[in-house]
Design a protein around this ligand. Structure first.
Ligand code: GSH
Length: 247
């Protein structure tokens, strides 16, 4: 049985879960919040980041590495488009999502507003959050508006690029920010189409239920909403920062 370590609230975990759902691969999840992993978690994930993917003796970290493994191990249905050009575009958009959107949507956005206060009991820096919306987030939206298609999806059929980027937007929604449809109409229309795909709707339902649950009760809530849980957890009750944490 495939095991995924990490909460579906994380856009990186959500990407991996969406691919497994898309391909009909059964899995169990240990829905830990970042920072709560134990020593065994540190051994598997040297940067102490989620997701971790376990398939027998194979232990992988980094959602892009995991996504590629899933694509190669279960090629059908493919999460990538057919041509080399379109595949390169999909991979670029996944990379842009992981790096630049990870920076401004997750670390400076979602994590600043929700993770730092909830996990580390530190104050929310509202000025920094708002400044990031006006600068980094707006710049990302301006770029997406140039690449978003009038119809359909980012790199061909619904797939990896759409899943990656839409997952980032969900976290900003949890931080009570949504894009302005008058300013970025193509992006907003693409996001609505993507979120109504059944794969996205499934994984979003999981994260919507978990984001409102107290961190230490997420395992119980995950079971209640029908996720299959791993027998044991790699989570602890107290958080700690890791080498590359930006909080
Ligand atoms: N490049 C990594 C990023 C993963 C990542 O940053 N995960 C966050 C959760 S959204 C995390 O575990 N952060 C904890 C930390 O960096 O200390 C991937 O694609 O998997």
């Amino acid at each position: 049985m495939i095991r995924i370590i990490g909460s579906p609230v994380s856009p990186f975990v959500k990407k991996v879960l969406a691919l497994l759902v898309m391909k009909g691969v059964d899995f169990e999840v240990d829905p830990i919040t970042p920072f709560y992993g134990d020593e065994r978690f540190s051994e598997m994930s040297p940067l102490r980041r989620i997701p971790v993917f376990i398939d027998g003796d194979i232990v992988l970290t980094d959602s892009s590495v995991i996504a590629q493994y899933i694509e190669e191990r279960w090629p059908s249905p493919s999460a990538l488009p057919a041509t080399p050009e379109a595949r390169a575009k999909a991979r670029w958009l996944e990379e842009y999502s992981d790096s630049r959107m990870g920076e401004v949507f997750i670390w400076k956005g979602f994590a600043t507003k929700l993770v730092r206060p909830r996990v580390f009991k530190e104050p929310f820096d509202e000025a920094a959050f708002n400044d990031n919306i006006q600068t980094g987030v707006a710049e990302v939206l301006d770029y997406l508006e140039r690449v978003a298609p009038e119809d359909g999806f980012l790199a061909g059929p619904f797939g990896l690029a759409d899943i990656s980027i839409a997952s980032m937007f969900r976290c900003m929604r949890y931080a009570e920010w949504t894009p302005d449809a008058k300013r970025w109409p193509r992006t907003c229309a693409w996001l609505a189409r993507t979120e109504s795909e059944s794969v996205m709707a499934t994984v979003t339902r999981w994260s919507d239920a978990l984001i409102v649950a107290p961190i230490l009760e997420r395992r119980r809530i995950a079971a209640e909403i029908g996720l299959k849980l791993t027998e044991e957890t790699f989570g602890l009750k107290t958080p700690r920062r890791a080498a590359m944490s930006q909080l």
